[in-house]
Design a protein around this ligand. Structure first.
Ligand code: DX5
Ligand code: ZN
Length: 229
């Protein structure tokens, strides 16, 4: 399995790319990204619809070396993971709120050959994922309510990343902490200093005239914040 690289990492969210020109959108980044973030929405767990597994297949075929981070906003995730696992996402992330069988789903993702991740909504207490931390490679802290790009960042969720970092250290665990929603040049330093290893950004990258420059700036600010500059 590919190494996911060292944090802090930038993961552009393809939800904000032009859906008719997703490949051109990725090419417009000129390689200024670490992972690609793919949002799967079912119109039930979240009030919006997006893509299905066929887009993951096309991305995997076109970009065999890319680290593909698939964020499942579907309920129940156990009904859908097999159709995504067959196309070998590097990370497959399910929501804590979407299933009563969280541990079982995470285990099935690992057995299926991908790295399991758990996501939590802004209104969900971080303590609810504590029992599964030894079983995940990623915790995705939502900093907007999931369903749409371009929403305003909810800064209060940073208390969750700090708790996760403390629990990771105390338990000698190795999961990465990812944040998703409303992130951009104005707050990337704050979230990295708050313990975030992976920064997802949609609008702040694909909403700009020069997505490569926007992504480069985010990477630079994230690295500076990480090294205490
Ligand atoms: C929201 C998605 C996000 C979204 C982020 O439900 O999970 O990944 O694309 O978009 P921005 O960065 O524009 O908030
Ligand atoms: Zn997402």
């Amino acid at each position: 399995m590919k190494r996911p690289r060292k944090p802090p990492l930038i993961a552009p969210s393809l939800l904000s790319a032009d859906p008719l020109r997703i490949r051109e959108g990725i090419d417009s980044l000129c390689g200024e990204y670490d992972w690609l973030h793919l949002d799967i929405m079912d119109g039930h767990f979240v009030p919006n619809l997006s893509y299905g597994p066929s887009l993951l297949k096309s991305l995997r075929d076109a970009l065999p070396e890319a680290v593909l981070d698939v964020h499942l906003m579907v309920e129940p995730p156990e009904n859908f993971i097999a159709s995504f696992l067959q196309w070998k996402p590097d990370f497959l992330v399910v929501h804590q709120e979407a299933t009563p069988h969280l541990h079982r789903v995470l285990q099935a993702i690992r057995e299926g050959g991908s790295r399991p991740g758990v996501a939590l909504n802004p209104g969900t207490a971080v303590e609810t994922v504590k029992p599964v931390l030894p079983f995940v490679d990623l915790v995705l802290v939502m900093s907007v309510n999931p369903g749409f790009g371009g929403q305003a960042f909810i800064p209060e969720v940073l208390s969750k990343t700090r708790a996760l970092c403390q629990w990771r250290e105390a338990g000698k665990l190795e999961f990465l902490v990812e944040m998703d929603g409303g992130l951009g040049a104005s707050n990337v330093a704050e979230v990295v200093r708050g313990g975030c290893d992976v920064v997802v950004a949609g609008n702040a990258i694909f909403g700009e005239a020069d997505p490569a420059s926007a992504a480069r700036l985010l990477r630079k600010k994230a690295r500076e914040a990480n090294s205490g500059e």
